[in-house]
Design a protein around this ligand. Structure first.
Ligand code: PLP
Length: 362
């Protein structure tokens, strides 16, 4: 089976070299030297101020919401992975879904603005598939309305927009370093911010609200990342350019193969000035029926695809219903093809060919 994503692992000796350090020091968690090294290398590599690494990307969202004291209503996108919406609910906020832009599939700032009420405290938007949100307009909206702005940037690792890291926008951005993501620490995530006191608050919250051995200033949680996880990140980070280039190679094979379609399939639009990371290869097929047919056709050929992101989050059973027809329609039509560095080019050619056969060649 060709999986939709495949975890990248470094040469075992490199990881073992870090393990040897750990066996010497016997310091395996609690802000260890590997974690601190990873945090500073991430900040340097990405070109951002503060990176606070935590146990996973969901906790990163929760801690960012908590540290920014979001409560009441938070305007968010219905087109993302479930963790975006569920984290809001988990933190006691009410997700208010504004529909997305039909072309970029990111939160529509005009629709977001229309939903601002006196109870709104913030906006949580997702750079879905690494496609930048309309960050300039959202920044102005947040400023004008006095709202906090957080980006779920789980897909945006390494994306640059207008010459700088996409993660420099908003009060905070959150990353996921899950094994299926472009860069990973097995399980992990981070809060990225330019605000030093916010970074400090997240550091405190990830470790029981503790500031020194006997001082607990607020209720925190245990969201710490271990040295074993940090070691994986240290092994993979220098490979970032190769990881992105490897995905790009496959994506370009799909692009070429799919030019033979009788009717071109839509792809999410990247804003001008985006230096993308090829995090996913989503196709917007004509309708849900074609999604199911293409998915079955590929499954018969032992190729896994995924309906990232279905269902639309405004249809979750535990949120207040909202009419977000653009998101619902995108969720019904989207299908992601396998994309990982090291997928054999000939396989990618064959996958594109199957899609073309199912949908109709020119
Ligand atoms: C993967 C993902 C998360 C959750 O990250 P974990 O590290 O798996 O907890 C959150 N948001 C989005 C958009 C994601 O894709």
């Amino acid at each position: 089976m060709i999986r939709v994503s495949r975890t990248v692992l470094p040469p075992l000796e490199e990881y073992v070299a870090y393990l040897e350090q750990l066996w010497d020091s016997a310091w395996v968690t609690n802000n260890g030297v590997l974690l601190r090294t990873l945090e500073s290398r991430l900040a340097e590599t990405l070109g951002v101020e503060h990176v606070v690494v935590v146990a996973n990307g969901t906790l990163a969202i929760q801690l960012a919401l908590r540290a920014l004291e979001l409560h009441g209503e938070v305007i968010t996108t219905p087109f993302s992975y479930v963790a975006t919406a569920s984290s809001l609910v988990w933190e006691g906020c009410r997700p208010v879904f504004a529909d997305i832009e039909a072309d970029t599939l990111t939160l529509d700032p005009a629709r977001a603005e229309a939903l601002v009420t006196p109870a709104t405290t913030g906006i949580l938007a997702t750079h879905v598939y690494g496609v930048p949100c309309d960050v300039e307009v959202l920044a102005r909206l947040a400023e004008r309305k006095g709202l906090r702005l957080v980006y779920d940037a789980a897909h945006a690792f390494g994306v640059r927009y207008r010459g700088r890291s996409l993660l420099t926008w908003g009060d905070a951005s959150t990353l996921s370093f899950h094994a299926t993501k472009l860069f990973h620490t097995v399980e992990g995530g981070a809060v990225v911010t330019a605000n030093p006191s916010l970074a400090e608050a997240v550091r405190r919250l990830r470790s029981f609200g503790q500031t020194s051995p006997d001082v607990f200033v607020e209720p925190g949680i245990n969201a710490k990342a271990s040295e074993f996880h940090a070691a994986m990140g240290l092994c993979l980070l220098p490979r970032l350019p190769a990881l992105i280039a490897g995905r790009r190679e496959i994506a370009e094979i799909y692009d070429r193969g799919l030019t033979r379609l009788a009717t071109p399939v839509e792809r999410p639009r990247l804003r001008p000035g985006t230096d993308w990371n090829y995090a996913y290869y989503p196709l917007l097929l004509p309708d849900e029926g074609s999604v199911l047919r293409v998915q079955q056709r590929l499954r018969n050929a032992e190729v896994e695809t995924r309906r990232y992101f279905y269902p639309s989050l405004s249809d979750l059973p535990y949120v207040s219903a909202a009419e977000t027809p653009i998101s619902r329609r995108a969720a019904a039509r989207v299908l992601c093809l396998p994309l990982w560095p090291g997928l054999e080019p000939a396989r990618a050619v064959a996958i594109a060919q199957l899609v073309v056969e199912e949908l109709g060649a020119a």
